[in-house]
Design a protein around this ligand. Structure first.
Ligand code: AOF
Ligand code: ZN
Length: 358
């Protein structure tokens, strides 16, 4: 199951809206096939594992050395491990449970139940009704953790929320005044690359009006290969000029505003109304949910980040602390949470917090 999780992680950033899933086929303690889900609309992990077993060198060796006559006969004696319950429904692809049954596999080991209401235990029942032995809940917590975004989205009906900011050791996220409309770099280039890597793994990225006006960020993934997230910008009174980098054509942008705006079809900027009276973070999450964004990074500034902290609507925080020194500046948000872990990225420290109340 640990290998299933490892394989599944290869799909990080490309499986949306589908979960990360890995699968391993085992005979006599030897892996004879493995695979993971790559992209929506493409084969599920179990399909890859079974297909891979046909051409796997270990399978060939076993068939030569044992009295097992064919790959088909070998599958009858093999065990299939999968980090998420095999699906029972026809979506973009046929049900994996049907394939497993048709392949003659009798022993299936499942990490966790699929929270998708179309599956939700029905895959396991289908296998059991066909005479398969199903063992459930192996490394269950780790398998759920693997798909924490998918689970949060399905069960809490909101995206998984990451907070992210960079601050100086004195606790400033930006100087008090700036003469140029661009970000001041507090963290080092390696940390910045990590930030861009994370952008390729998440579906949405949120900033407030001041950040758009003062930093003019484009919020795309330039320093890492992969998708750029959908940009969500809070612009209550539509103050951000159309020439701002956030409106470039590199990714879609959702403007959260109090001004009733008509959406023009086939443009990459979408306007969504929010009353701005209370619970703004909740309103942003509802908009992200509506657009099927399973995870969002709250990128700043302090006011926007503090809104999510005050409404207790966040799951993980990434705080980069860089070496540069600022005499005066804009204070970083305040998190009253115990530190979860810390990483050193050369001279930038990354502090990771997890929200225990969620
Ligand atoms: C599995 N194995 O590797 C994955 C599963 O539209 P489809 O056919 O691709 O179905 C997507 C749903 O299937 C997805 O929402 C989730 O419930 C399940 N994903 N199931 O047996 C896999 N990725
Ligand atoms: Zn499936």
């Amino acid at each position: 199951m640990r290998r299933c999780i490892e394989l599944a992680k290869n799909g990080l950033g490309t499986t949306y809206p589908n979960p990360l899933v890995g699968s391993v086929l085992v005979y006599n303690n030897l892996i004879i096939g493995e695979g993971w889900h790559h992209k929506p609309g493409m084969a599920h992990a179990e399909v890859h594992a079974i297909t891979n077993s046909k051409t796997n060198a270990v399978t060939a060796k076993i068939l030569l050395a044992s009295g097992i006559s064919s790959h088909q006969q070998l599958l009858k004696k093999a065990s299939l491990y999968v980090s998420l319950e095999p699906c029972s429904h026809t979506g973009k692809t046929p049900p994996c449970a049907d394939l497993i049954i048709a392949s003659g596999i009798k022993n299936v080991i499942v990490g966790c139940v699929d929270p998708n209401p179309k599956v939700a235990g029905k895959g396991i029942v289908k296998l059991q009704n066909a005479g398969c032995t199903v063992t459930q809940g192996v490394l269950e917590d780790k398998c759920k953790e693997l798909n924490t975004r998918f689970f949060t989205f399905q069960e809490k009906k909101r995206p998984y929320v990451f907070l992210k900011w960079a601050q100086t050791t004195q606790g400033f996220i930006a100087p008090a005044t700036k003469d140029k409309q661009q970000p001041i770099w507090i963290s080092n280039t390696f940390a910045r690359q990590k930030v861009h890597q994370q952008r390729t793994q998440e579906q949405g990225i949120v900033i407030g009006t001041n950040t758009a006006l003062l930093d003019n960020p484009s919020l795309t993934s330039r320093d890492w290969f992969g998708n750029s997230p959908t940009r969500l910008v809070i612009d209550r009174d539509l103050k951000i000029p159309k020439t701002a980098a956030i409106f470039n054509d590199k990714a879609p942008t959702i403007v959260i505003t109090k001004v009733r705006q008509k959406n023009i079809q086939n443009t990459s900027t979408i306007y969504e109304y929010s009353s701005f009276e209370k619970n703004l973070a909740q309103s942003i999450c509802a908009i992200a949910q509506k657009h099927n964004l399973q995870s969002v990074i709250i990128e700043g500034g302090t006011k926007t980040l503090q809104t999510f902290i005050d409404e207790d609507l966040w799951d993980q925080a990434f705080v980069y602390v860089g070496k540069i020194s600022l005499e005066k500046g804009i204070k970083a948000p305040v998190l009253n949470t115990r530190l979860h872990s810390k990483k050193n990225i050369k001279d930038t420290n990354l502090f990771i917090y997890k929200n225990n109340t969620q």
